[in-house]
Write a protein that binds this ligand. Structure first.
Ligand SMILES: C[S@@+](CC[C@H](N)C(=O)[O-])C[C@H]1O[C@@H](n2cnc3c(N)ncnc32)[C@H](O)[C@@H]1O
Length: 306
């Protein structure tokens, strides 16, 4: 496990075998470009590129949902054929909407608790601290696998209150570098689908074993049956193959795994006002899905207090 502050050069050297070279500007990207290779990332680590690209595409829209311009800048620094992802609106829209909904929950928590710690579990290349803008008294920890943290260090600025933890969630000591005695907001955007059920149960137990008090919020797909698996084939570049668990329908299931967690919110993206910004073909389906609980659960945010 490794905690990094500003360690970009060393991390980059590990990650990028060849020399850095200048790269053409991509359409939609107006900043300075570095060509950083991501070929060495494992499939589960590459999923961070998918969510990054969704945020970048959204930021290029005239009426963005999330408007994360940092994502667009980061895609410009990576030597990766993002166009090959051929991302459909049915993937892009929920990815950026759930990020927005989770950001709102982080913002609310840190406003109520200016002494808080935020832990972004499976942070990928998300610039959550820039989007949520917590008080300067908040400490923010980005947790992800070592290769992804190395890439983060290379392409994203690290603010004074920000820390990166390079570890595997599932490692018994992953939380050790993070303060335990302050109100803590743990957020996991796009992580849980890549953890096996025992790993998720272990995560939920570790949260309350390590952190004294706080909240845990994450996106979730409900129970992933065969219908969902067919639908997931729409997810670009075989990302669905990295999905590791069948999920759970009952939002109270985590309370059974860990009675110290209390469900405080189950919110479906299908009810969000931002659905009005979805392309019309998708908007109609999503508005209908809002009335079918089994479908509304496929796009949900869950939040627990401890
Ligand atoms: C779909 S990406 C989401 C990234 C980021 N939250 C976002 O919204 O852009 C999933 C992330 O979880 C990370 N991840 C998967 N399994 C992990 C584990 N066991 N420990 C730490 N990170 C993990 C991946 O490396 C990847 O960055």
């Amino acid at each position: 496990m490794r905690v990094t502050e500003i360690d970009g050069a060393g991390a980059l050297a590990q990650l990028v075998p060849g020399p850095l070279s200048r790269r053409r500007r991509r359409p939609g990207y107006e900043g300075e470009s570095l060509s950083i290779d991501v070929d060495g990332l494992a499939p589960v680590e590459k999923t961070a590129l998918l969510t990054l690209y969704a945020r970048a595409l959204d930021s290029r829209c005239e009426t963005p949902i999330l408007c994360d311009r940092s994502a667009n800048e980061v895609t410009g620094k990576l030597n990766y054929d993002f166009d090959s992802l051929k991302m459909p609106a049915s993937v892009l829209c929920p990815v950026v909407l759930r990020a927005k909904m989770l950001d709102e929950r982080v913002r609310r928590f840190t406003t109520e608790h200016p002494d808080a710690v935020v832990v972004d579990l499976g942070a990928g290349l998300s610039d959550g601290i820039a989007r949520s803008r917590p008080p300067v008294t908040v400490d923010w920890y980005n947790v992800d696998l070592p290769a992804v943290i190395a890439l983060r260090d290379a392409v994203l600025p690290v603010r004074r209150q920000e820390h990166c933890v390079a570890t595997r969630i599932g490692d018994p000591h992953w939380a050790d570098p993070i303060p335990a005695d302050r109100p803590t907001m743990l957020v996991a955007d796009g992580l849980t689908a890549f953890l096996s059920e025992p790993a998720i149960v272990d995560l939920f137990l570790t949260v309350t074993d390590h952190f004294r008090t706080g909240e845990l919020a994450f996106n979730d797909y409900g129970r992933i049956g065969w219908v969902s698996r067919v639908a997931l084939r729409a997810v670009p570049q075989g990302t669905s193959k990295a999905f590791s668990n069948a999920g759970f329908a009952d939002a109270r299931q985590p309370e059974k795994w860990n009675p110290r967690l209390t469900l405080v919110e189950e919110a479906s993206l299908t009810n969000a006002a931002e659905v009005a910004l979805f392309p019309s073909h998708l908007r109609l389906g999503v508005r209908l899905a809002a009335h079918v609980p089994a479908l509304a659960r496929k796009w949900r945010i869950l939040r627990y207090r401890f």
